[in-house]
Design a protein around this ligand. Structure first.
Ligand code: ATP
Ligand code: MG
Length: 184
């Protein structure tokens, strides 16, 4: 993106008019390059998207805003968001990688026990950065200042999910959002 003269703010245009696909930073569903892309100074800055869930233990305790404040203060942008009750089938599909683990049934029961907030986060190295902000799976082992250390009750009821790699982020985002629901 070296030499790119545009910024998101300089590209404001009437609602409903989509930019040409050749515009730097263009992605389907974005009206114009998102601020994260505009802030990227050169190609060495990897702007990524990751998938986030605020889990039922956190929505039950009214922590959605507190958790999202930690996410935003760390520099990640919430570019898609909805509060939903997921079905048993959705939870089983989402955590299928763990289906042989002894805690799988308990995990699925927990994920459908109340509302969750599913989100797409965008920013530089978003996948690893969000994992850092979340902290270790077991809140007792999570670093001070992380979401799980600050808010989570137990290794099972640990308040947040974050994708662990680019490939899983793409699959997880596609399970819950269509392209035009993601607005950078
Ligand atoms: P997530 O995938 O939700 O972001 P994670 O990647 O930190 O969490 P995983 O190993 O993928 O951890 O486990 C998925 C989820 O399963 C955990 O977040 C937690 O809710 C639950 N879980 C993991 N280990 C245990 C356990 N030993 N006992 C009960 N629940 C567990
Ligand atoms: Mg995981």
């Amino acid at each position: 993106m070296a030499g790119w003269m545009f910024t998101a703010r300089s590209l404001q245009q009437p609602a409903g008019i989509l930019p040409p696909r050749c515009l730097p930073g263009y992605k389907p569903g974005n009206a114009f390059p998102s601020p994260a892309y505009a802030e990227a100074k050169d190609d060495s800055m990897a702007i990524e998207r990751t998938f986030s869930i605020i889990k039922p233990d956190a929505t039950a305790r009214n922590l959605t805003g507190a958790i999202n404040a930690m996410i935003e203060q760390a520099g990640l942008r919430i570019v898609a968001q909805k509060r939903v009750r997921i079905t048993r089938e959705q939870a089983q599909t989402f955590y299928a990688v763990h289906r042989e683990r002894p805690f799988f049934g308990e995990l699925v029961d927990f994920m459908i026990s109340g509302p969750v907030v599913v989100q797409v986060l965008e920013g530089e190295n978003a996948i690893a950065k969000y994992r850092d902000i979340m902290g270790a799976t077991d809140p007792a082992k999570a670093a001070p200042g992380t979401i799980r250390k600050t808010h989570s009750k137990s290794i099972g009821e640990n308040s947040v999910h974050g994708s662990d790699a680019a490939a899983t982020a793409a699959v997880e985002i596609a399970q819950f959002f269509s392209g035009n629901e993601i607005v950078g």
